[in-house]
Design a protein around this ligand. Sequence first.
Ligand SMILES: Nc1ccn([C@@H]2O[C@H](COP(=O)(O)OP(=O)(O)OP(=O)(O)O)[C@@H](O)[C@H]2O)c(=O)n1
Ligand SMILES: C[C@](O)(CO)[C@H](O)COP(=O)(O)O
Length: 216
Amino acid sequence: MRYSALVLAAGSGQRMKLGYNKVFYELENGKTVLDQALSVFKEDDRCKQIVLVCSTNDIVRISSQYVSGKVVVVLGGATRQESVYNGLKAVHEENVLIHDGARPWVSKKNVDALLEKLAEHPACILMVPAKDTVKVVEKGVIKETLQRERLWLAQTPQAFDTRLIISCYKRAMDLGIQATDDAQVVELTCDMPVLCVKGSYDNIKITTKEDLKGRP
Ligand SMILES: Nc1ccn([C@@H]2O[C@H](COP(=O)(O)OP(=O)(O)OP(=O)(O)O)[C@@H](O)[C@H]2O)c(=O)n1
Ligand SMILES: C[C@](O)(CO)[C@H](O)COP(=O)(O)O
């Protein structure tokens, strides 16, 4: 199955406290977080297009480093949701994998599993089962312990039929609906179920400095 990859790099990495966009952090293997995140898509012949979403601060650097026959650069927005919406307008394949540029360790195995499920159903995302007990807390007081067997943690890529996800995003933007991942945009705007595809625990999102320890 051919697809477009929509890779998000238009954030500012505030929680990393690096003083610059965390996607430019250099990993121990000498690649930046963004280089590593892009690599699986660059090496995949099924990936016919990479839409790389960046901020105005980074567009000169990213355009000079990444624009090619396969890679187009698009300006993002103030939120991840806005950045995805802007990026979707440039997607030309019938299927799209939406991926955080801050998740460098996505593997071909992860992409293969997503594409296999996407061939059967137009919306599916990588997830891993929760390992810790999760509780609802209000003002420092535990209100509820959630049933761990039902809890999964969303990752990216999140894979969709392009027309479906564009229509869901348009509806969400029109209605002022705010979501923290692409699956939630679908959940809140249409009846289409989103399927869970088991991912890998090492497909983490680089969010705070602790996430960098012990990584290649
Ligand atoms: N306006 C935004 C915000 C985030 N992202 C991207 O979405 C992914 C997940 O977002 P997050 O981890 O929150 O990144 P930042 O927003 O950069 O981090 P922070 O919230 O700590 O500033 C990242 O690859 C980030 O670059 C984006 O493209 N556009
Ligand atoms: C999309 C995501 O990575 C799924 O877990 C997550 O919601 C992104 O959150 P962020 O605060 O934008 O990093």
